[in-house]
Write a protein that binds this ligand. Sequence first.
Ligand code: HEC
Length: 215
Amino acid sequence: MERFGANFLIAGVVTFLLGFFLQGVMPIITLRKVPVKTVEEMAANPPDSFYQLAEDYPVEFQKVYGEANPQSFAKALRTGRDVYVAEACWHCHSQFVRPVSNEDLRFGPVSTAEEYQNDMFLPHLFGTRRIGPDLIREAGKRSNDWQMAHLYDPRSVNPWSVMPGYVWFFDADRRPQERALALVAYLQWLGSWVQPGARQAAMAPAAAPAPGGAG
Ligand code: HEC
């Protein structure tokens, strides 16, 4: 065994250097010129779902956010992200569509590095396990009402779900409180920057070769 010692040492050092280059140096080189956006910049154009939230739950919304505008949206995004971290949603959900295993067919367009270059992803929430589906393309997949019902009791919309219900985000009348409003605003934001139609394009079958073959 001893005579292999040097080989193991060299293999270890090479692997370390490769890892350091790929995960430490490469991201810096690739993203050096992409500015890190602030939460306010990310919240500059609230999606329709946020205005809808204000209409659907006027009393509760008004109490926490006043009006629906970019400022209140930034506040909701911050709280939503914090609740997502605090409740360990990331323990069961990833936020990264990988370019393998046809993941784009299930979740939508493959993730790109630029998408994560902003304060909303510090810390990043890529996740390591998928007990539930990836959420980085969740925006617009479901209605606000579906999200609320699902948060309160996942089994009410998905009988076989193993996701826990988060009843403490709601009051005794099952009206959403701050954490529920913020989380739904956050979920409806995840991936809202992807061009409409990109998901459909990713899911469309590859174009058939022209009849007559390539010429
Ligand atoms: C114990 C694991 C677990 C935890 C913790 C968990 N989930 Fe889930 N989640 C699931 C599973 C499984 C599903 C798929 C079944 C379903 O729709 O309920 C799911 C589905 C979802 C969906 C629906 C995705 C879609 O469009 O199909 C959303 C949104 C979601 N979870 C958000 C959350 C949020 C927000 C939290 C934290 C407050 C959370 N989850 C915590 C397991 C989990």
